[in-house]
Design a protein around this ligand. Structure first.
Ligand code: UGA
Length: 347
């Protein structure tokens, strides 16, 4: 089977490529702007990487949609700070560029596995979110944070509509705060635009304050990347078409925790880590208002728990990595990456 992964050098794309190359005989055709997150993958005649921008190299993209069996359009801006700073950039990339790809999947009758998002549920008050029952609740238009959720939601609806006319074989996945090695980068965290786990790890490494936005009582359900990739692999195998025409929340409800608890756990783990247990200074934990941290266009989601009954039933999938283990593995990977960079700089 031939997989086309657009955004192959991203967090999900890099882990998925690794797993496909290790565990199957499939071929991966991948495109991205860089290759730092896939540089460690051993060379393989089944891994075809081409550097480039999907909005420029349109002929390459169309040719490969035609050539491959399954298309994974993973290119998107997915960091909340950018939704507020560059909302039109989010719309153009996350919606417009991806719409073109979806239409080409329809044209060439190719299967698409599309990354929707936990954010489409917005400020839904349900105790856990159901793919077919929960309401999708966005804030007002001046709260620009929602442009990402709206862009993704509208594409979900377009994909669903093509699917319901029998013109597209699709699966929509909704990752719930996937974390792990290579989630964003410590560099982007320096500018304050990484997702929360990387942001906190960067604060610890650079001895900057850990910022709890609006006090840190908001909650997320953090999901370890290998669990997410297990689900994605079942979706790609698509035994008996169990994943076709479906939406799946892919998250770990047992790993629900507040952002304050998250900060405290990471701080404790950092203080115990062999490379840092003798540091003299550790980051303080401070509180900042969301207006100051993100700007006026921000609005938060206070709790977000996936129902994973549909994924369990159709795919036989369940997450297995608990929160502490997920955080420890993520922290270890960033710290050893830092150690390697420092060693290389001194050599
Ligand atoms: C994320 C992003 O929109 C997408 O990556 C994705 O589609 C989706 O949710 C997901 O991964 O499921 P969010 O969970 O709000 O949204 O993103 P984070 O930046 O990781 O923030 C989580 C929470 O931590 C927010 O309440 C935020 O205000 C808080 N935060 C963030 C802090 O308290 N301090 C920080 O330094 C950063």
């Amino acid at each position: 089977m031939k997989e086309l992964i657009l955004g192959v050098n991203g967090f999900i794309g890099s882990h998925l490529s690794e797993r496909i190359l290790q565990g199957t005989d499939w071929e991966v055709y991948g495109k991205d702007l860089g290759f730092d997150k896939i540089a460690h993958i051993p060379p393989s005649s089944r891994f075809h990487y081409v550097e480039g921008d999907i909005s420029i190299n349109r002929e390459w993209v169309e040719y490969h949609i035609k050539k491959c069996d399954v298309v994974l359009p993973l290119v998107a801006i997915a960091t909340p700070k950018t939704y507020i700073e560059n909302p039109l950039g989010v719309f153009e990339l996350d919606f417009e560029e991806n719409l073109r790809i979806i239409r080409q999947c329809v044209k060439y009758r190719r299967r698409v596995v599309f990354p929707s998002t936990s954010e489409v549920y917005g400020m839904c008050g349900d105790k856990d979110f159901d793919e077919y029952g929960s309401h999708l609740v966005m804030g007002p238009v001046n709260k620009q944070r929602w442009i990402y959720a709206c862009s993704k939601q509208l594409l979900d609806r377009v994909i669903w509509a093509y699917g319901s006319r029998g013109e597209l074989d699709f699966t929509l996945i909704r990752p719930f705060n996937w974390i792990g090695p290579r989630l964003d980068s410590l560099e982007t965290a320096k500018e304050g635009s990484s997702r929360v786990v990387t942001q906190f790890i960067a604060s610890l490494v650079y001895q900057e304050p850990i910022v709890l936005v609006d006090g840190g009582r908001q909650r997320r359900s953090f999901t370890y990347i290998t669990d997410g990739i297990n689900a994605l692999m079942s979706i790609l195998f698509n035994k008996d078409k169990a994943a076709s025409g479906k939406i799946f929340n892919i998250g770990n409800p047992a790993n629900n925790c507040s952002i304050e608890e998250l900060a405290r756990k990471l701080l404790t783990m950092f203080k115990q880590h062999p490379s840092h247990r003798n540091d003299k200074v550790y980051s303080p934990i401070i509180i900042k208002g969301s207006g100051e941290f993100y700007g006026d266009g921000y609005q938060d989601i206070y709790n977000r728990v996936p129902s994973i009954l549909n994924a369990k039933k159709a795919l036989g999938w369940e997450p297995t990595v608990g929160l502490d283990e997920a955080l420890r593995r993520t922290l270890d990977s960033f710290l050893s990456e830092m150690d390697n960079h420092r060693a290389a700089a001194c050599a």
